[in-house]
Design a protein around this ligand. Structure first.
Ligand SMILES: [Ca+2]
Length: 355
């Protein structure tokens, strides 16, 4: 038999409240929302009040969202009023310290202000900006706020600053941009300027390919890369292979992830005559398998995209074509053409995001 408290006009009385969790552990800076269930389920007025036993450890808002503030423990309580007085339920919250990240700099001249920017690696959104301020010879450090360490990367707009930690010293050059890389533990920041590059070709093109100028749709050719590290792509080198006429159409680079979702594109550029061109891309986060594809708009006339057919990766099936939404290996698209068995002269420049 089901027992209910009921008023004369048919409304039900509140009899109690429960929470979806009785224990919760959070890193400082993180949030989680607790769910309160007012009993019985079909009562009309489900209003509750939330409180924390220690707002210096964890706070809670009117919606049950708990924010971890500092190390320690706190009890989050939700309370409802019943006919017989208040009923409550509680959750024990333990707040732990996230790893700390500090950056320390010493300024070598007073002419410029240097800014540290923390950006989220997944979408590049700026989370934190900190100006170190002017000051000749001034030492300064900045502790990155809790909860914003990972996934993130740290970008320094540097002008004659000296990076100084117990493990390394780095002299920044004026008017350069650096990426500060944080590996998750205190004082283990490293700095890259030029980053690293990945080549799948041997540096010499034996042949080249371009979109047929009679194509009216976009057409892509490029390389698949599979990389162990998580990267921020900064630029792409592309080798243009000489064609005799009509070579001034502009092309683009599109970066796709392993699901062939577009991650980002370059500005337009012209494939050069038997030389490399460095094409910037806007700090595109990448990991695992990704594709670097040159895009020819319809009716383009260009030099060829260089292909290496005799290097160490030439037989690895890394060269792809995309036409509309269809992707096919170069080799499968041109089964009788030995010139389609190779890898394009496309190289990736990147900063390593995590070790
Ligand atoms: Ca070669």
């Amino acid at each position: 038999m089901l027992l209910l408290s009921c008023t004369a006009d048919g409304d039900f009385y509140v009899t109690g409240v429960s929470l979806n969790k009785t224990d919760l552990t959070l890193e400082a800076g993180r949030k989680e929302t607790l769910v309160a269930t007012v009993e019985p389920l079909y009562v009309a007025d489900k209003s509750v009040t939330w409180s924390s036993s220690s707002n210096t450890v964890a706070t809670v808002n009117n919606s049950g969202e708990v924010t971890a503030v500092n190390d320690g423990t706190a009890i989050i309580t939700v309370t409802v009023a019943t006919q017989d007085g208040n009923r409550s339920a509680s959750c024990h919250v333990t707040v732990t310290s996230p790893p700390k990240a500090q950056v320390r700099f010493q300024k070598l001249n007073a002419s410029n202000v240097t800014r540290l920017r923390v950006r989220r690696s997944t979408d590049g959104e700026t989370l934190v900006e900190h100006n170190f301020g002017a000051g000749n010879g001034t030492s300064s450090y900045y502790e990155i706020p809790a909860g914003q360490h990972r996934p993130a990367y740290y970008e320094l707009d540097a002008n004659a600053w000296k990076y100084n930690t117990s493990i390394s010293t780095y002299n920044f050059q004026a008017d350069s941009k650096y990426t500060v890389i944080y590996d998750g533990s205190q004082n283990t920041l490293s700095v890259t300027k030029d980053g690293i590059s990945y080549a799948r070709d041997d540096g010499t093109a034996e042949t080249g390919w371009r979109a047929n100028s009679s194509n009216t749709d976009d057409f892509w050719m490029g390389n698949q890369f599979t990389i162990d590290e998580s990267l921020i792509l900064t630029s792409i080198d592309v080798y243009g292979y000489y064609a005799s006429n009509n070579t001034n159409s502009r092309v683009y680079i599109d970066i796709y992830n392993s699901q062939r979702t577009l991650l980002g594109s370059s500005a337009s550029f012209i494939l050069p005559n038997n030389s490399w061109i460095n094409v910037p891309v806007n700090n595109i986060p990448c990991s695992g398998t990704f594709y670097v594809m040159v895009r020819w708009p319809g009716n383009s006339t260009t030099h060829y995209l260089g292909m290496d057919t005799n290097g160490p990766h030439a037989n690895y099936d890394l060269a792809w074509i995309r036409r509309n939404t269809g992707w096919i290996l170069m080799r499968e698209n041109n089964p009788d053409d030995a010139n389609a068995r190779g890898v394009f002269l496309i190289r990736v420049h990147a900063n390593i995001l995590t070790k």
